[in-house]
Design a protein around this ligand. Structure first.
Ligand SMILES: [Zn+2]
Length: 166
């Protein structure tokens, strides 16, 4: 089954809805020019006043993460990607990506930050299984922290390094 990723706009005057199909990459990383998409007048009423611009976002998966990891300009979210990653529960995908260690240093740094955030939050909130999983990885892989420490936020280092006996 091929999934569809739609970019949709709605005319503010007549309610006409226009949809085009995006590629998975365009939809995930918002690389399609939505301003251009909204340049044309409504083909129903002739007015140019589009609202409710929306994109069907693909489900996060390893394919998208691999593309993100090797493309400096691509972002899933405009800011605080480590916080966003940490909030949506795909720890196994993130751990396996970190473990492969094949991404750009900047991206590896974001993922290490993400693990730090997850560990800290899990500890605060008593998510024991999650805490143990991330703790075990970081505890056993201090070399990864050494390698990417320049990309890890200082405030996270202060909070998390003592926890993992670094
Ligand atoms: Zn219209």
């Amino acid at each position: 089954m091929t999934e569809r990723y739609d970019l949709t706009k709605k005319c503010n005057k007549c309610g006409n809805i226009v949809t085009i199909s995006l590629t998975k990459i365009q939809a995930a990383f918002d690389t399609y020019d939505t301003n251009k998409f909204c340049e044309e007048n409504c083909d129903n009423c002739g007015v140019n006043h589009w609202k409710e611009i929306s994109i069907t976002t693909p489900k996060f998966d390893i394919e998208l993460l691999d593309i993100w990891g090797n493309t400096l300009d691509f972002q899933f979210w405009e800011q605080d990607e480590d916080l966003m990653f940490s909030s949506f529960g795909e720890i196994d995908i993130i751990l396996s990506a970190v473990n492969k260690d094949e991404y750009l240093p900047e991206k590896m740094g974001i993922l290490i930050n993400t693990l730090f955030v997850i560990l800290y939050d899990a500890k605060q909130n008593n998510f024991v299984d999650l805490e143990h999983k991330v703790f075990k990885y970081l505890q056993e892989n201090h070399h990864m922290i050494n390698k990417y420490q320049n990309h890890v936020d200082d405030y996270l280092k202060e909070k998390v390094l003592p926890i993992i006996n670094y």
